[in-house]
Design a binder for this molecule. Sequence first.
Ligand SMILES: [Zn+2]
Ligand SMILES: [Zn+2]
Length: 449
Amino acid sequence: MQLTDLNAHGGIGANCLLLQFEGLNIIIDAGIHPKKIGREALPRFEKLYGLHIDLIFVTHCHLDHLGALPVIAKDHPNTPIIMSHDTAQFYRRMLQNSCNVMDRQRAELGIADYPLYSYGDISACSRQVIGLTPGQARHFEADSGDRISFTLHPSGHIPGAMGILFEYRHQRIFHSGDVLFEKTILLDGAEFPQGDMDTVILETTRGSTERAASRESEIERLLRCIMDTVSHGGSILIPVFALGRMQELLAVFHHARSTGKLKELPIYISGLGIDLLNQFDRISRKSPHVRIRRKILRELNACKMPDKHRPGKDRPGIYLLSSGMMVENTPSYKAASTLLESHQNTIAFVGYCDPDTPGGKILKLHQGDKFLFKSLGKAVAAMARIEKFDLSSHADREELLEFAKARNPRCVVLHHGDPDSRDWFKSRLTEWDPKCQILDPVPLKAVTV
Ligand SMILES: [Zn+2]
Ligand SMILES: [Zn+2]
């Protein structure tokens, strides 16, 4: 098999892998790079010109895996797009949101390439989508007559997320997708296939991160931080990804309210998170793996933040707003511009923030430092308490390493991680079995597996 990483900038970004078998070409994921602008944010699809793509897989709905799907679908309009049945319920909502954001950026920042696709393109690509039930093997025969089987396996992480097992001429190749083995209040952990594999394509997100505390103790600490903030008359802003983390925290708050660990107070959330909660409600009625109901919004007295609402000017509350990295002009960015200046308030980060994003920069502030909210033309002295909690939806590096080793692979392909993270896996795996081939593919260069 030949493998090419089409994510030109390496690391975690526009995730997209091309797998080439003798008579078959497969794409896994078509993401958009969160830090790049315009067509630069796309995978290098031009590498596919002249190539017949037999199947496109989408592991899950985060935009670094999904965001470029309508673009590749337009180039390959007859190629089936495979995803889990659950992902098929809400990928369109994610793409439409991405389209709206690009429209806004075109107007505000004058990016001529935007939007990279329209609502019409999203509808067109949805005709190619096939939503599958995990655990059921499918057999596919290409026009060339070559055959492959594949099975989706839940990877935890977010609802609908999957790893993919390929079986090709007695070889077993497993792509992990983004993984969380641990069960959360919202979702069951990964249920991956056992037994030997020839090749494991492994996400390496947390390769350079050591876990300091358990998820449970981090949640306890977050709840104490909320209570402490509101008891001093302040509000707390929690910037979150709208998909997954927001619903998990709503479920955490709901449970904490019932056990008296959280008192009654207003909770404001952003719109996309509510739409996705409604989708998860539908999924949870059919699947025992997802546990959340939309009625918790009512029971929590949580609501969409009104347009005119000024965070911190009213009574204390929780602001559970996207984006997680406080990208400019998102609800969390705007809320921070009014909450950061008061020592009574707290900004609590619960996920990874790239150091170049506003969230990453705010995390590094010392009390009293000035922070410029560039797109709002406003500089604010950072007086609020700034905290960080480790509630990652990616597996710990040791768990992933153990999973890979137990598969007894002849080859491990390192994927979805910064260079330091990949290096950690490379050295551990080489130490474990010097004969195991460890591949860290250079973007856009085909490697033979
Ligand atoms: Zn993800
Ligand atoms: Zn990802």
